[in-house]
Write a protein that binds this ligand. Sequence first.
Ligand code: PEP
Ligand code: MG
Length: 505
Amino acid sequence: ALVLAAAAGGARGGVMAAHGAMLADPTLSEAAMAGVGRGLSAGVAWQEAIAEQVAVLLSSGDRRIAERADDLRDLERHVLAALAGLPIEGPSVPVGAILVAEDLLPSQVAALDAGVVAGIALVKGGPTSHAAILAAGMGLPMAVAFGDPLAALEDGRIIILDADRGLIDPEPDADAQVQARETIARRKAEMEAARAAQGPCRMADGTRIEMFANLGSVADAEAAVAEGAEGCGLLRTEFLFLERATAPTRDEQARDYQAIADALGDRPMIVRLLDVGGDKPAPYMDLPVEENPALGLRGIRVSLADPQLLEDQIGAILAVRQPCRIMAPMVASLSELEAVRAVVERQGGHLGHRAEVGVMIETPAAAISADILARKADFFSIGTNDLTQYTLAMDRGNAAVAAGVDGLHPAVLRLIGTTCDGAAKHDTPVGVCGSLAADRLAVPILLGLGVTELSVPPARVAAIKALVGKLDLARCRTVAGEAMELPSAAAVRAHITQMLQEIGA
Ligand code: PEP
Ligand code: MG
């Protein structure tokens, strides 16, 4: 698995590396060896060891942790194949096909060639599963949770998958097919033009929009630069902290941040402080088991509860030669920003420089009090994934409510609008780094509400840059106002679909 990780890089490499770390976990190997000691065959002992760990994950009561059981099942399959001397086969898919499946394991998605598969539609699946995050990172259109009607489709049938709207047309007529093919060809050409274009991202009327990328590794940073990203709007530092037995030291962190900054050249980099807890457990941190993890010790609350952790991470970020911006996740109150700023100033004082400190707007509290936070924040970045789950009171990892978790719900849009209005009072710039930034139907609204920076997975940079180039700010303001008056996310999606059709985007 580790060899695969090195070859894959980026999000794919991340999954492989996670599998490698699971494989290295002595709990698994010791259980398997004990089984062999009891006279079981290696394969059966391995299956039993995996089953035990899957049971532990499923009993956590948190669906996002439970989804990680998929990774273990995946690992089970790989090791069994290796024991039997069989090759590990991904699904074989004809060029340009839409892959329809009950569900997909992360390594099955990682094994797909984004140049071959046109898209993925799943009968089951969750929007935040590892497989979905991987597909997004690879730029593969994917929609989930279609249920039985999808399962009933026979192989080889021509269907249209509209991942923007989460729709499938199972029987498109000739006109619909021609139109879909034209749209695909046009978007591909626009993406290629955006990739080739020099110069900063601008709207059709000349308004400057910063086009940043979300990163988790050096490979991501290299991919983002190749795609034309102008900087990093979200460095997810969790990758350094998860899947290991002890916390990374300050020096280790500094080396990793420096390597990513070097891959970005002199482009700006926003580093997010550690966002663990709840759905992202780090075993050595000894975080409590909570009844409501999403409402518990997570994000900046973890760092504030462990001052040494915060000091080390901020010290490591400030040690990077290029100046980084520092961003706090899951902020609900001004005091949290002030506490982070105090550490930055103290550590920065030693090093002789001042770093910008910003806030992620992920809680309704932060959005509603954006004008208060803006007095002290250098920038905002809206985490629409969490803002959506907390606004709608729908767990982003719960498949039972997955269909309702849509950031284009008018309530979420209104909070984004409130955030931008509050920020404007103090000239605080607002970006979006949650998945709405990479959603074609959300972009006109976000820009219309006053967002000036979008941070998306590297594979989406060119497509979103091309889209921004077709939009006019005045028109975006009008549709944003209209969208906030609509009754549902579905109505908003239909409205923006029509607007984009009218402008030929
Ligand atoms: C978000 O919540 O939108 C976000 C960008 O953070 P994460 O998805 O890492 O929680
Ligand atoms: Mg978040």
